[in-house]
Ligand binder design. Structure first.
Ligand SMILES: [Fe+2]
Ligand SMILES: [Fe+2]
Length: 150
């Protein structure tokens, strides 16, 4: 599958961003105070690595198979405010949300420039996972009283 120059540049950028996400989540999983948050960050780090690998395949001219089915993504549901989180953890969560928002919106740009339907589907799937990362962190923050709902 031959990519256009524009597709190539956009996907290379996104792959760099995925690498930043891997590094960020790995580092943050060490810096977080709450073991629950450490766990979320570790989980996300491995998903970001998968995103990186998928983009590498696409850049190498392959169309990788769609990622693992449609499992229900309700892993990180928190009921009400459990405990109060630390300022350190809040800072990490806020930072990661900025990164996820940025990466997610860039997928939108890339998808609109894509010629191949299957690659669009793959990028769609990755973008959905970025939004889920945002949701996990959002839910976590709410459960720790870090995110006040207006
Ligand atoms: Fe990602
Ligand atoms: Fe993500």
């Amino acid at each position: 599958m031959e990519l256009t120059m524009k597709e190539k540049l956009l996907l290379e950028d996104q792959r760099e961003h995925e690498l930043v996400c891997v590094k960020k989540y790995t580092e943050y999983s060490k810096r977080a105070d709450d073991p629950v948050l450490k766990n979320i960050f570790q989980d996300h780090a491995s998903v970001e690595q998968e995103h990186y690998d998928t983009l590498t395949k696409i850049l190498n001219g392959q169309v990788p198979p769609m990622a693992q089915g449609q499992e229900e993504d309700n892993k990180y549901q928190f009921k009400g405010i459990n405990t109060t989180g630390t300022d350190n953890d809040k800072y990490l969560c806020e930072n990661i949300l900025v990164a996820e928002k940025y990466v997610s919106s860039n997928y939108d740009t890339a998808i609109f420039e894509c010629r191949d339907h299957n690659i669009r589907q793959i990028l769609n799937h990755i973008q959905k996972e970025e939004q889920e990362h945002g949701e996990h962190v959002y839910n976590y923050m709410q459960s720790r009283g870090m995110y006040s709902i207006q």
